[in-house]
Design a protein around this ligand. Structure first.
Ligand SMILES: [Zn+2]
Length: 252
């Protein structure tokens, strides 16, 4: 079973003067400076659970790198991913609703040694100011809902090969390198697919020269072909998320 998050065990460090997290970076410098005393930098280690279903969200996480998965865990233990959150986003935005338990699990899937985190009461206080932070987070929450809806349609309508390509592209975007750790068992869970099916499909992508897979590590060999192998959902989700902080929509 995955580890419980324990932020108090982290060797916390002061946040940098400019955040690599795109939501925090979209804030006016004065707003980010005002938030700094409320932010901590923590590492996110693989499979750490940040939020559990049925429990209120205690902290909001703004990854500087790596990524988390929003998962629905079924009664038989099966897990299906409905969204991923990297440096373009934040995990725990539902904390705006005080004392309401979250419905999903948030688990770290791509490790990072730097993630900004803020206590939920501070997040609510900042949202109540109705200023730029509120507008950025509202815009992001709307985009994230769109990603989750797209994911629902994707899981129902697109092939395992298309969905595996989409997932690999998403991970590639967030991991900051062409090679990263990955187990086929894990990917099968994330996609809600049978492991033998994922093994066959991953073999097909490897034989076609799109990826290399060796000893639990995947290498993206031909990203252009991988994009062609993916369904429309990768581009749709990327467009939704990039619009949150793009220059054309960026807030003053
Ligand atoms: Zn799709």
């Amino acid at each position: 079973m995955a580890k419980r998050s324990n932020p108090s065990s982290y060797a916390n460090r002061p946040p940098p003067s400019h955040s690599p997290n795109l939501l925090l970076a979209a804030l006016p410098p004065a707003d980010y400076q005002r938030l700094l005393p409320t932010l901590e930098i923590v590492p996110l280690t693989l499979k750490t659970v940040l939020h559990r279903p049925g429990e209120p969200i205690d902290r909001v996480y703004f990854p500087d790198a790596g990524f988390c998965s929003i998962l629905i865990v079924l009664k038989d233990g099966a897990m299906v991913e409905v969204a991923t959150i990297g440096r373009e986003g934040a995990a725990g935005v539902a904390a705006v609703l005080s004392a309401v338990a979250t419905a999903a699990t948030t688990m770290v899937q791509g490790e990072t040694d730097a993630c900004h985190t803020m206590p939920a009461p501070v997040f609510r206080r900042e949202m109540e100011r109705r200023d730029t932070f509120y507008e950025v987070m509202t815009r992001y929450t709307h985009a994230l809902m769109g990603v989750v809806m797209q994911s629902t349609a994707c899981n129902a309508s697109h092939s395992v090969e298309q969905r595996l390509a989409r997932w690999l592209l998403m991970a590639h975007d967030r991991m900051g390198g062409d090679e990263f750790p990955l187990t086929q068992e894990f990917v099968a869970m994330m996609l809600g697919a049978a492991r033998p099916t994922v093994t066959v499909v991953a073999g097909t992508l490897q034989a076609a020269g799109l990826i290399k897979y060796h000893r639990g590590r995947v290498t993206i060999v031909n990203r252009t072909k991988l994009e062609s192998a993916s369904c429309e959902c990768y581009r749709t989700a990327t467009k939704l998320l990039s619009a949150v902080t793009s220059k054309s929509t960026r807030l003053a």
